[in-house]
Design a protein around this ligand. Structure first.
Ligand SMILES: NC(=O)c1ccc[n+]([C@@H]2O[C@H](COP(=O)([O-])OP(=O)(O)OC[C@H]3O[C@@H](n4cnc5c(N)ncnc54)[C@H](O)[C@@H]3O)[C@@H](O)[C@H]2O)c1
Length: 335
């Protein structure tokens, strides 16, 4: 996978060890994202402790990891990687007591994140970096109650964290920049592609872009302009194919022909003023809610969520392979 290199930070004061020497990771909150992180870290050969207050969390977590494992085997497991290296603990304190890195993936509620990060800070070994998976809260708003806010960072993944390489890393006003540097390096060592942001932006980078598309899609459903299936096809059969290879900027540079982005801007710049986008979020009333949910059920056409997860995982691996982020052949793998 593509890794954006950053210089190795010196060990400490963040964490008792260098990012390269981490062996034990704690995942707190073990739903879709926490479970996906646990699967990723296990596949990379770490010992993982997990805690989640839900009574059925352990069962769900094991099920999620078992479902992800075939994809992880295809990606290539680290030496010694095993699902048996997961320990689900009865308390948060046990989960983080010996952790060398903590990934928090609890529900996206500001008060809950504030309390939880303060509890994690109180329970984790001094100096252990604690990262939040938050989709959009600035760390400045979440680190208000922690005794040592300096070690709290955002490490924002994409679903599923065991397959999508990107993590956006950013600190808050009270985060020590050395903790951000340590976390970025740790994620790289753990096989992720990292963008380290030097300032806080609500929604970070990718979610600002995804959100713009999502709002527009909801407007189109609300207005009866396109069905859920048409919206999905417009991306998977269209721009989505290009975006897996190049981002929206370079993709549009090529739309300018030999004149590149300059011609693109000259040619289509005036269209920016045409009413192509609405951007204000639509009212998520019952009718829109039901139309979107029913449209997705129809689009699934009898496939269960588990079927769709397996299909998505196969597809993403094929794309990673086809675009050279994974070896295409056994020969390439040994090169
Ligand atoms: N779903 C996504 O695509 C996605 C992508 C990137 C980031 N995120 C972020 O990841 C985080 C988790 O989202 P999710 O989609 O996994 O949600 P989820 O609902 O699937 O999982 C949340 C889990 O947290 C547990 N939980 C509840 N209260 C808790 C507490 N006090 N302490 C610890 N755990 C608690 C729940 O039992 C549940 O298992 C959120 O901050 C979300 O914004 C989600």
């Amino acid at each position: 996978m593509t890794v954006i290199p950053s210089p190795a930070p010196p060990p400490g004061p963040f964490s008792s060890c260098a990012p390269e020497d981490v062996r034990r990771v704690a995942c707190v909150g073990a739903g879709v994202i926490g479970g996906g992180w646990a699967a990723h870290f296990l596949a990379r050969g770490y010992d993982v402790t997990a805690w989640d207050p839900s009574p059925d969390a352990a069962v769900r977590l094991h099920r999620l990891i078992a479902a992800a494992w075939p994809a992880l085997e295809q990606l290539g497991l680290a030496d010694g990687a095993s699902q048996d290296r997961l320990t689900v603990t009865a308390t948060l304190e046990e989960a983080v007591a010996e952790a060398q890195f903590v990934q928090e993936s609890a529900p996206e509620k500001l008060g809950l994140k504030r309390d939880l990060l303060a509890r994690l800070d109180a329970a984790a070994p001094a100096g252990t970096v604690i990262a939040s998976s938050t989709s959009g809260y600035p760390m400045t708003d979440m680190q208000t109650q922690a005794a040592d806010p300096g070690r709290l960072v955002v490490g924002h993944p994409f679903n599923p964290p065991y397959l999508i390489p990107l993590v956006e890393v950013v600190g808050g006003e009270r985060t020590d920049p050395a903790a951000v540097e340590w976390a970025s390096r740790f994620y790289e060592v753990a096989g992720k592609s990292v963008i380290t942001m030097d300032r806080e932006v609500p929604g970070f980078i990718a979610n600002r872009l995804q959100e713009a598309l999502w709002r527009e899609a909801l407007h189109m459903v609300a207005n009866g302009e396109a069905t859920v299936a048409e919206i999905d096809a417009s991306i998977t059969e269209g721009p989505g194919l290009r975006w897996a290879v190049m981002g929206p900027m370079l993709t549009f540079a090529l739309a300018g022909g030999e004149g590149g982005m300059a011609h693109m801007l000259d040619h289509f710049g005036p269209s920016l003023k045409s009413p192509w986008t609405r951007l204000e979020a639509p009212e998520l009333d019952r009718a829109l809610y039901e139309a979107v949910v029913a449209g997705c059920d129809e689009a699934a056409n009898g496939r269960s969520i588990a079927d769709l997860v397996a299909e998505r995982d196969r597809g993403v691996i094929d794309i990673l392979r086809a675009t050279g982020r994974l070896p295409r052949t056994a020969e390439e793998a040994t090169r």
